[in-house]
Design a protein around this ligand. Structure first.
Ligand SMILES: Cc1cc2nc3c(=O)[nH]c(=O)nc-3n(C[C@H](O)[C@H](O)[C@H](O)COP(=O)(O)O)c2cc1C
Length: 327
């Protein structure tokens, strides 16, 4: 497996990502995935009415279109989050747009919500075999502004809610211009109201999370947490990638545009997680950002996360990270 990981590291990042997931899917279909990555004992956990095999899940972006749900599920994740999905398919930003910084165990990406659109994702959700928890992360198309942006979230919500164990409203990608303006309290109030109405109309009473940026102050996120508390939404996912490259050791990379994830993000995202959890101990929080090993996972849990997600740790260390964290 280490040989495969080394080979994938030689490929351009997006090709490597695709090739790795396709390989996992082939192994899954040949029914030999679990010979290479043996299943381990479930660590059953109930959270907000969801019955999970364990507390470790995939973060949004790893499987944007839901094309790899069954093979990722077979690796032993307790839950998967697919998306971000937008109403219309879109190509995202020009390539190159993903940069792996192996010496810092980090990635910078400026993909810009490339995805096959919500109708494709719904087909995948309808045909999946994985019986575990699958959340859907929803967003807005690049060219949708103001009320049209809100309408995009609602359109995605309406199309995916029947097939989602939970829904994440993503307001924190740094690669869709203006999206992070939704952290502004008036804007977020309007979005929350619209989502609440849509959930009510459809009798959707499963969890709804808001995924926030680590680049906002703890005070802003606390105010957002207070709004969530007063609403019918459930909790927060803390956090998305950061645009702060000053936290990199190797200063030659600080000019790469995009969101930084992986090891350098751990401290920043966990500090916000801790601040919000202390401010509001009852608020359900999913922790994500910089989890590269078991002790990082434990730190997120000890800082107030009920569940933890990974993305960059999976890319840099390969699928064995799942059993390393959970065993
Ligand atoms: C290549 C790449 C694509 C991503 N795409 C999305 C996305 O579509 N939606 C989203 O909410 N987060 C996305 N993220 C952010 C991750 O879900 C996660 O919040 C962030 O990477 C921090 O976790 P990590 O350090 O474990 O990677 C993406 C991250 C990466 C590296």
């Amino acid at each position: 497996m280490n040989l495969f990981l080394s080979l994938f590291k030689l490929l351009p990042p997006e090709l490597a990502h695709k090739a790795a997931l396709i390989s996992l899917n082939i192994l899954y279909k040949l029914k030999i995935l679990n010979l290479l990555f043996p299943k381990f004992k479930d660590q059953e956990y109930e959270f907000l009415g969801m019955k999970l095999k364990n507390k470790l899940g995939t973060a949004a972006g790893l499987d944007k279109d839901g094309d790899f749900i069954d093979c990722l599920g077979a690796l032993g994740f307790g839950f998967l989050e697919v998306g971000t999905v937008t109403p219309k398919p879109q190509n995202g930003n020009p390539k190159p747009r993903v940069f792996r910084l192996f010496d810092e165990q980090a990635v910078v990406n400026r993909l810009g919500f490339n995805n096959k659109g919500v109708d494709h994702l719904v087909k995948k959700l309808k045909s999946k075999k994985f019986m575990g928890i699958v959340g859907v992360n929803i967003g807005a198309n690049k060219n949708s502004k103001d009320q049209k942006r809100i309408d995009d979230y609602i359109e995605c919500f309406r199309k995916v809610y029947k097939y989602s164990d939970y829904i994440t409203v993503n307001i924190s990608s740094p690669n869709t211009p203006g999206l992070r303006d939704l952290h502004d309290l008036d804007n977020i109030k309007n979005l929350i109201l619209n989502i609440e109405n849509e959930a009510k109309l459809n009798n959707f009473n499963r969890p709804i999370f808001l995924k926030v940026s680590p680049d906002e102050s703890a005070e802003t996120i606390k105010s957002i947490a207070d709004l969530i508390n007063l609403s019918n939404l459930t909790g927060l996912i803390i956090s998305n990638t950061t645009i702060d490259k000053e936290i990199l050791h190797n200063k030659k990379n600080i000019d790469i545009d995009g969101g930084l994830s992986g090891a350098p993000l751990m401290k920043k995202s966990t500090e916000i997680l801790k601040a919000i959890s202390n401010h509001n101990p009852e608020l359900p929080i999913i922790g994500v950002g910089g989890v590269m090993c078991k002790s990082d996972f434990n730190e997120k849990i000890n800082s107030g996360a009920s569940l933890v997600q990974i993305y960059t740790g999976f890319i840099i260390n390969g699928p064995k990270i799942v059993s390393e964290i959970l065993n």
